[in-house]
Design a protein around this ligand. Structure first.
Ligand code: 1HE
Length: 260
């Protein structure tokens, strides 16, 4: 967990929220191999008691993607293993122990967008812009972007970004599905933290189902998806915590749903 470009701290009354920050602003938080491995290790060894995480970037930008200075002269085999290393790390973010809320600002580009796409909720401020400069650098996405980005915005929009170098601003990025929340400049972290505190209060099995079951159900044929849903629902309902929460509502002791 000790990497000079990756800050970790805990927040909240029970220290239930992890704040994880890329702290390499001089290089716009470009992700070199060491930093990618540190992200993987951190999600593999998340301390007990952490129930949600916020991921953000220090400085003017969230993340400039792959550290291009390390691309150099990799041969095909090394390139394959490098991409697989990114996959393993971002897999730990997406299918890790806790929901991850990305707080976005400035550049969210290339591998930075791939990292953001592995998170569960994205909060963007008005300075955010999204791009996939791989197209103009003569390379391809390699951090899971070809799988995750079409699920957010569709394959046609992703292809357009890479063919033409199109950059989405914060407003259009929210409309097409990059971010679920759009907030004024400078407020993404604060909003992400507020959401993380809220998410951390959910029953752990509900968050588990949202991280691990929902995206897999979405990929299953309908009949299998419905069966997986039923099994996950039965497991979640059987937890003592679920029973207590439902009882609290029936006794008039839990919050009602209100119009927003
Ligand atoms: C970098 C990187 C980087 C900045 N690798 N060093 N990603 C890209 O193609 C995006 C490349 N970066 C940019 O377009 C811009 O830097 C930004 C829009 C992100 C920010 O612009 P700006 O004007 O604030 O900063 P800057 O002056 O361009 O950069 C500051 C320093 O960071 C500078 O180094 P310096 O030594 O001259 O100060 C830059 O060289 C350095 N820097 N971005 C290395 N990415 C798993 S596959 C994923 C594939 C990809 O991600 S490809 C897309 C890579």
């Amino acid at each position: 967990m000790n990497h000079p470009d990756l800050h970790f701290e805990r927040y909240g009354e029970q220290q239930e929220v992890a704040i994880i920050r890329l702290t390499r602003p001089a290089k716009r938080n470009a992700l070199n191999d060491g930093l990618i491995l540190a992200i993987r290790d951190l999600f593999e060894t998340m301390p007990e008691g952490v129930r949600a995480a916020v991921l953000d970037g220090g400085g003017e930008h969230f993340c400039a993607g792959l550290d291009l200075s390390e691309l150099k002269e990799r041969d095909a085999g090394q390139g394959l293993h490098h991409s697989r290393m990114w996959h393993a790390a971002l897999e730990r973010v997406q299918y890790g122990p806790v929901p991850v809320i990305a707080a976005l600002h400035g550049a969210v580009v290339g591998g930075g967008l791939e990292l953001a796409s592995a998170c569960h909720i994205r909060v963007a401020d008005e300075s955010t812009f999204y791009a996939l400069p791989e197209g103009s650098r003569g390379i391809f996405v390699g951090g899971g972007g070809a799988v995750r980005i079409p699920r957010l915005i569709g394959a046609a929009r992703m292809a357009d970004m890479m063919f033409t170098g199109r950059v989405y601003n914060a407003v259009d990025g929210e409309k097409v599905g990059f971010a679920q929340y759009l907030v004024p400049q400078g407020q993404a972290f604060e909003k992400a933290l507020e959401l993380a505190v809220r998410v951390a209060q959910n029953a752990p099995l509900t968050n588990y189902a949202l991280i691990h079951a929902l995206p897999r159900i979405a990929e299953q044929p309908t009949d299998q998806g419905l069966l997986t849903e039923a099994m996950m629902a039965a497991i979640a309902q059987s937890a003592p915590e679920a029973k207590q929460r439902v009882r609290a509502f029936l006794d008039g002791k839990a919050a009602k749903v209100r119009k927003s």
